[in-house]
Ligand binder design. Structure first.
Ligand code: MG
Length: 198
């Protein structure tokens, strides 16, 4: 047995979004909001992108984020995992490189790293960036309508997957997935050479 540290075998680079994909951002902030304000919001009420404050008493997304930042523990620290996400990432990490790519305010970086650590996500790379297409991967999974578009245009050779939600729409050339097992099937197809970016 070699005494040298080596990386796990990695066939594909999987660029994975956090919110709405690995962590349930809407369930998390709504739970905290209901507690703070005695409200009765439900995650199903979120049907648009970047208009969350419209569901709340906040006058703008700026006010929303100020509240979400919390007092030393932001909403990003307490998000529930998305169903099946942790199990799927564990399985995928056996053969592939998990590359977490998430747009984050500076104040949320520590809480995001804490979340990934607490939940045992075997990410060998974590990128905090809003220009996700600059991080080269073979397969991407995202739920943001802007990121899905940007990835499809910026990485035409990659397989881009849309996590289907109420706040995004089909995009030409982008694969739709609704569950983690479906995403694992796409990854298996790409690994077997049965699928390319088209
Ligand atoms: Mg997202």
């Amino acid at each position: 047995m070699s005494d040298r540290l080596t990386d796990s075998p990695e066939h594909l680079r999987l660029g994975i979004d956090m919110d709405g994909v690995v962590a349930d951002f809407n369930a998390g902030w709504i739970e905290r909001y209901n507690r703070d304000f005695g409200a009765a919001l439900h995650p199903d009420h979120v049907v648009g992108w970047d208009e969350l404050h419209g569901l709340t008493t906040f006058g703008s997304m700026g006010e929303f984020w100020e509240w979400a930042r919390g007092n030393g523990r932001s909403v990003f620290r307490d998000l529930p995992p998305m169903p099946g996400a942790l199990e799927a990432l564990r399985e995928l990490s056996r053969d592939h490189r998990i590359v977490i790519i998430t747009a984050r305010f500076d104040w949320a970086i520590g809480d995001t790293l804490g979340w990934l650590s607490e939940h045992g996500v075997l990410a060998r790379e974590v990128h905090f960036t809003a220009t996700k297409y600059e991080v080269a991967c073979d397969v991407y999974l995202d739920d943001s309508p802007y990121q899905i578009d940007a990835l499809a245009h910026g990485r035409p050779d990659a397989t881009v997957c849309r996590r289907v939600t109420a706040w995004n729409r089909p995009v030409a050339g982008v694969r739709d997935v609704t569950t983690w097992p479906e995403f694992q099937d796409v990854v298996a197809d790409v690994a077997a050479g049965r699928l390319n970016g088209s």
